[in-house]
Design a protein around this ligand. Structure first.
Ligand code: NAD
Length: 296
C-alpha cells in the first residue's frame, strides 16, 4: 500500500533514504533548504515541495533527517501544528537524547505519534538500503514505523521508549571512537617497536584485540584493502561527524554524572583532529597520533 510520506532533509543521508522509499512505491514529498538537493531528489522520483509545511500537508508519515537537535525542534515547531491528526513522526537525525524526548513530546501533545530512529551505516548504507536503525518509542508507533524502516535498512532494533534510539546510537559511537583511537595507538606503538602493520593486524584481528575499527575500518593502509586508509582517508565516516557524535556523548556523560574518562578523552581528541581534518575519515586520527609521536 502506498503511503504519503513527507521527507524533510534531503542531504547526504536523507536523499538516498527518501529515494529508496520512492523506489518502493511510496508517494514521497521532499523538502530541503539546498536547491541542488531538491534537484537530485526530483531525479529520484520524489515530489519536491515548496516548504516543509507544504510537504507535510496530506502526509500520514513525516521523516526528518536533519543536522542537529536544534534543526529538528525548529522543524517540529513549524510542521507539527499543521500536520494531519495522528501523523507518524520518524526522526532519523543524530541528536541529543533530551532533544529527542522533547521532539516526541511535542508531536504527541498535538495528537501525533513519534519515534526516534537514528541510523548507523553511513551514505553507503543509506544508498543500499542496509542501514541499522536504533528505535525509541512506544510499541504501536514502532510497529507502524517498521515497514518503512525495513525499506531503508536491514536491521531494526527497538531500544525502548522515546530517546532510547539516540541513547543507543551515542553509546555505540562512544565505543567506536574509543576503539579507533586504541587501535591507532597500538599501530603506532607497534611501528616504534619494529612490528609491521600486517603482523600486528594478523595477530590482533584473530585475538582479543579484534574489533570493527581494526578489521573493517583498519586505520593503516594494507591489511584491509577496502578501508579508507587505502584511499587517502576519504570518508567513510568523516571525522567531523565523529566529533559531532562524541560532543553529544560528552554532554550526556556530564549531564548524567557518568565516570567515562575514555569517552571524554576521545571526544577531546576528535575535537582537535576534526578542527583540522574534519573532512577526512575518522580513522585518519592514526596519522595525527603518529605525527605527535615523532613520526615512524
Ligand atoms: P547533510 O548536512 O548532508 O544533510 C542535512 C540536510 O538537512 C541538508 O541538506 C540541509 O539543507 C537540510 N536542512 C536543514 N534544515 C532544514 C529544514 N528546516 N528543512 C529541510 N531541510 C533542512 O547531513 P547528513 O550527512 O545527511 O546527516 C543527517 C543526519 O544524519 C545528521 O544528524 C547526522 O549526524 C546523521 N548521520 C549521518 C551519517 C553520515 O555518514 N553522513 C551517518 C549516520 C548518521
Amino acid at each position: 500500500m502506498s503511503t504519503v510520506i513527507a521527507f524533510l532533509g534531503l542531504g547526504h543521508m536523507g536523499g538516498p533514504m527518501a529515494a529508496n522509499l520512492a523506489a518502493a512505491g511510496h508517494d514521497v514529498r521532499g523538502f530541503d533548504l539546498v536547491p541542488a538537493s531538491l534537484d537530485q531528489a526530483r531525479a529520484k522520483g520524489i515530489t519536491v515541495a515548496e516548504s516543509a509545511a507544504d510537504a507535510v500537508a496530506g502526509a500520514s508519515v513525516v521523516v526528518t533527517m536533519l543536522p542537529s537537535g536544534r534543526h529538528v525542534l525548529d522543524c517540529y515547531a513549524d510542521v507539527v501544528p499543521t500536520a494531519d491528526a495522528g501523523t507518524l513522526f520518524i526522526d532519523s537525525s543524530t541528536i541529543d537524547v533530551a532533544d529527542a524526548r522533547t521532539a516526541a513530546d511535542v508531536a504527541r501533545a498535538a495528537g501525533h505519534r513519534a519515534v526516534d530512529a537514528p541510523v548507523s551505516g553511513g551514505v553507503g548504507g543509506a544508498t543500499a538500503g542496509t542501514l541499522t536503525f536504533m528505535v525509541g518509542g512506544d510499541d504501536a508507533a514502532v510497529a507502524e514505523a517498521n515497514p518503512l524502516l525495513e525499506i531503508m535498512g536491514r536491521k531494526i532494533v527497538h531500544c525502548g521508549q522515546s530517546g532510547n534510539g539516540q541513547a543507543a546510537k551515542l553509546c555505540n559511537n562512544m565505543i567506536l571512537g574509543v576503539s579507533m583511537i586504541a587501535v591507532s595507538e597500538a599501530f603506532v606503538l607497534g611501528e616504534k617497536l619494529g612490528l609491521t602493520n600486517q603482523a600486528l593486524f594478523d595477530v590482533a584481528s584473530t585475538a582479543s584485540g579484534q574489533c570493527w575499527a581494526l578489521t573493517t575500518n583498519c586505520p593503516v593502509p594494507g591489511p584491509v584493502p577496502t578501508s579508507p586508509a587505502n584511499n587517502d582517508y576519504t570518508p567513510g565516516f568523516a571525522a567531523a561527524l565523529m566529533r559531532k557524535d562524541l560532543g553529544l556523548v560528552s554532554e550526556a556523560v556530564r549531564a548524567n554524572g557518568v565516570e567515562a574518562q575514555l569517552g571524554m578523552l576521545a571526544s577531546a581528541m576528535y575535537e582537535a583532529y576534526a578542527a583540522e581534518h574534519g573532512d577526512r575519515d575518522f580513522s585518519g586520527i592514526v596519522q595525527d597520533i603518529r605525527e605527535r609521536s615523532g613520526g615512524t
